[in-house]
Write a protein that binds this ligand. Structure first.
Ligand SMILES: Cc1cc2nc3c(=O)[nH]c(=O)nc-3n(C[C@H](O)[C@H](O)[C@H](O)COP(=O)(O)O)c2cc1C
Length: 374
């Protein structure tokens, strides 16, 4: 066991105790502690590669994935840690979310990049505000990665809310084109971050013209002009209404996107609170009323599954001219969750809260363990 694995294993036992600290101190401790841990985690390359069952391997868009699960955006934000993910046997390595320009992210009440886990509820809150190093620095990192078989590289990109609509679209197009020239295998367009200000409410109203126009421009300027196979997936919030899924899937397919991901964290606090254990409710209320942010983990498990089910029902009725896949993110912790996803037509899963939860139990063998456990 490496020191990082030992630390994670111990920390999981002490987490509930640390959360008894005054609430602001707990938020400060976990928000800064996360960064210190991650710096070491990215360098903690497992000595032996994990043994992933052959049956878990999957091929989509002509890409080979070691298994149908990999990290959600936010885990390997800056592009460090590829060798860790590949040796763990992850299905892929997703970098980002990145924006065109570097962003410093959110800070409030002296807490930088607020994050708080609710370990007994298998949930977490974050109000990071998309801190990232920007496209230039990420490109440099991508060039240094020694890509391995069956661990393709994805990059999650997003518009930055501090720019005009025109600048936003121009930057997105530039970023797509720059990434196309690298060894990146797929792109995820993050249309769902709850932690940055949006100029308009996306999909609050399906006739949100500026959003549809943006997708149309991306379709014409990027998707239709791709010089190589480079699937582009759209990631939406798990707060998306199931009644909107049909229209969303149809737009995505008509415009030439290659997949859809449900999804991102939830800001439906009254719904999510029902899944928070009594003893963790004061922390949950403190975080959501002071920072807001998105809720991840168990509270969004059913939401992500239901949205994927709805998307699958739409797909079943259509004759597709090319591959289009459903990706599920939100509340994935076990092999059973992956099986459930598969039954609902989900091709790939991503995890964040469940990833770190399982790391505390199984260390770098987490993919091997969950894929072989019943
Ligand atoms: C600390 C933290 C940072 C995140 N950063 C991003 C991000 O940069 N881009 C993104 O699309 N989602 C981000 N997410 C959301 C996750 O990718 C994922 O959609 C969400 O956590 C739900 O999955 P889970 O239940 O497995 O955690 C972040 C989540 C957390 C907890």
């Amino acid at each position: 066991m490496s020191l990082v694995e030992k630390f994670a294993s111990l920390e999981k036992n002490f987490r509930p105790l640390m959360l008894k600290l005054p609430k602001r101190s707990a938020a400060k401790l976990f928000s800064s502690g996360r960064k210190v841990f991650l710096e070491r985690f990215y360098k903690d390359i497992p000595k032996e590669p994990a043994q992933i069952p052959e049956s878990a391997k999957t091929q989509l868009w002509g890409l080979d994935f070691n298994c149908p699960i990999f990290n959600a955006a936010g885990v390997f934000k800056s592009g460090d840690g590829y060798e860790v993910a590949a040796a763990q046997g992850a299905g892929a390595f997703l970098i980002g979310t990145i924006t065109h320009n570097k962003r410093s992210g959110n800070k409030k009440n002296c807490v930088l990049h607020p994050f708080l886990p609710y370990p007994n509820s298998l949930a977490a809150s974050n109000w990071m505000g998309l801190p990232n190093d920007g496209i230039e620095s990420t490109l440099e990192k991508i060039w240094t990665i020694k890509k391995q078989k069956q661990c393709p590289i994805g990059v999650s990109i997003s518009a930055s809310s501090d720019l005009s609509e025109k600048e936003t679209i121009d930057n997105l197009i530039v970023n797509f084109k720059l990434l196309e020239k690298t060894q990146v295998d797929f792109i995820e367009l993050n249309e769902s971050c709850p932690n940055v200000e949006h100029k308009e409410k996306k999909f609050g109203d399906l006739l949100d013209e500026s959003f549809l126009l943006r997708l149309e421009i991306i379709s014409n300027s990027v998707l239709k002009k791709r010089k190589r196979q480079l699937p582009v997936i759209l990631k939406f919030s798990t707060d998306t209404q199931p009644s909107q899924v049909e229209a969303i899937v149809n737009v995505c397919i008509d415009l030439g996107f290659d997949g859809i991901n449900f999804g991102n964290t939830s800001t439906d606090y009254s719904f999510c609170e029902k899944f928070i254990q009594e003893e963790e409710k004061p922390l949950f209320k403190y975080f959501t009323s002071n920072f807001g942010g998105g809720v991840s983990g168990i509270p969004i498990k059913e939401k992500s599954l239901n949205l994927c089910k709805a998307a699958n029902s739409v797909l079943k009725e259509k004759t597709l001219s090319k591959e289009f896949h459903i990706i599920r993110t939100g509340g994935i912790f076990t092999n059973e969750d992956i099986t459930e996803s598969k039954k609902c037509g989900v091709a790939l899963n991503q995890w964040f809260t469940g990833y770190f939860h399982n790391f505390g139990f199984y260390g770098h063998k987490l993919y091997e363990k969950i894929l072989t456990l019943e």
